[in-house]
Each structure stands twice: as C-alpha cells, then as structure tokens.
Design a protein around this ligand. Structure first.
Ligand code: ADP
Ligand code: MG
Length: 212
C-alpha cells in the first residue's frame, strides 16, 4: 500500500489530505496521480463511483498549476450542477494550504452575470457543465488560451446525456491543451470514440473490475 507522499505530491497537498483524514490513496489515485503529475500524458481512468476519482485529478491539478498566474489553466467538465459544486467543494479542501489558488464553478440555472464576475476575479481552475461553458465561450467571457489541462469527469454520463457535440466543441476550443484526462465509470463506444479522436496514446487504467 502506498502513501500520498510516495506518489510525489507537493507537501502542501499532503498536509491537506492529512487534514481531511485521508490515510492512504485509493487504487485509482495510486495509479493516476504519478502519471498525471508529469503533466504531459493523456489519461483514461475507469473506476466505479465512490472510488476517489475527484482527488485523483484534483490533487495533480493543484500540484501542476501556476498559482502566481491569475488566469484559467485547468478546465474540469462534468455533467451536472450538483457535481460541479461537489468537485469545487473538494478542491477547496485540497487547496487550503496553497494561498492564491482559486477555483470557480459555472453551470446552468444560475446567474451567468455572477459567474462572469467570479471568472474576472482571476481563477486557475474552472469547473463547468458543458452547456454553460459553451455559453461563456460564445460570449467571449472565458479565456481558454491558457488551458493546459482538460478533465472530463463522468464522461460516460455526459455522453449519455447528449453532450457529445458540446464536449467536442470544448476540446476543439482549447488550442493549448497539453493533456486531457478522462474519468468514467464505464467505457461505452461513445467514450471510446471521443478518446480516440482527441487524445494521444492515453495511459489507460481500470480499477475495481469484477472478474465475472
Ligand atoms: P468518485 O468520483 O470516484 O465517485 P469521489 O471522488 O466522489 O468518488 O470520492 C468518494 C468519497 O471518498 C468522497 O467523500 C471523498 O472525500 C472520499 N475519499 C476520496 N479519496 C479518499 C482517500 N484516499 N481516503 C479516504 N477518503 C477518500
Ligand atoms: Mg466522481
């Protein structure tokens, strides 16, 4: 069994996992974090719900992002407002010991004006649902030029919900993306196709697969 230290994370992130009472990394965290910390590799992580996928991508993002630069560097795309809020909440906990790191959520059914205001304050991480993100892109209210990392969380859900074109639009509009990280509970054809089309030789990790 590994430790968060052994995975190579910044000391301030270890401090945060300690404060949260996380004793050991989950299997997906143990496999994903060392790959993602390199910052260069595309990644596909398949693991069931409740296996700690949020920390598997959030901790590497917080390790990699440049806190002194106040523009969006990472985009996390997920299917629902509830999930956006959960992810932001978890990132808030992990970034507690990194002053100057900021994250905001953008999702539908809430004031776009307020979200634009939050974006203007200067954030390194944006957590978004596809529809609202596209609205912001079309209004030129979000700067994607420095997005180096794109995370697709619950990719199977997003594609099931009909967000295929939106996801592709987002991937096409992040011209300086260095790596894409896709997390999903399952790997249906639609997810496979998006990964084939937009990812370069991704490292693929599956955990918790039952031997039936
Ligand atoms: P998933 O996205 O895979 O469904 P989550 O990232 O939402 O799972 O994690 C599920 C729960 O497990 C959350 O409450 C989270 O805080 C907790 N958790 C994640 N990693 C660890 C860990 N290494 N040790 C203890 N609890 C953890
Ligand atoms: Mg999740």
């Amino acid at each position: 069994m590994s430790t968060f230290e052994a995975l190579g994370l910044d000391a301030r992130l270890i401090q945060a996992t300690d404060a949260l009472g996380f004793e050991t990394p989950t299997p997906i965290q143990e496999k994903a974090i060392p790959v993602l910390l390199g910052g260069q590799k595309d990644f596909v992580g398949l693991a069931q719900t409740g296996t700690g996928k949020t920390a598997a991508f959030s901790l590497p993002l917080l390790h990699l992002l440049e806190v002194e630069k106040r523009y969006p560097q990472a985009l996390v795309v997920c299917p629902t407002r509830e999930l956006c809020l959960q992810i932001v909440n978890e990132i808030e906990q992990f970034k507690k010991f990194i002053p100057g790191m900021h994250v905001t959520a953008v999702y539908g059914g809430a004031s776009i004006g307020l979200q634009i205001k939050d974006l203007r304050k200067g954030v390194q991480i944006v957590v978004a649902t596809p529809g609202r993100l596209i609205d912001l892109i079309e209004r030129k209210a979000i700067d994607l030029q420095n997005i180096h990392y794109v995370v697709l969380d619950e990719a199977d859900e997003m594609l099931n919900m009909g967000f295929r074109d939106d996801i592709e639009f987002i991937l096409q509009n992040t011209p300086n993306r260095q790596s894409s990280w896709l997390f999903s509970a399952t790997m249906p054809d639609a997810v496979r196709q998006v990964s084939k089309r937009y990812m370069k030789e991704p490292v693929e990790v599956t955990v918790g697969k039952k031997n039936t």
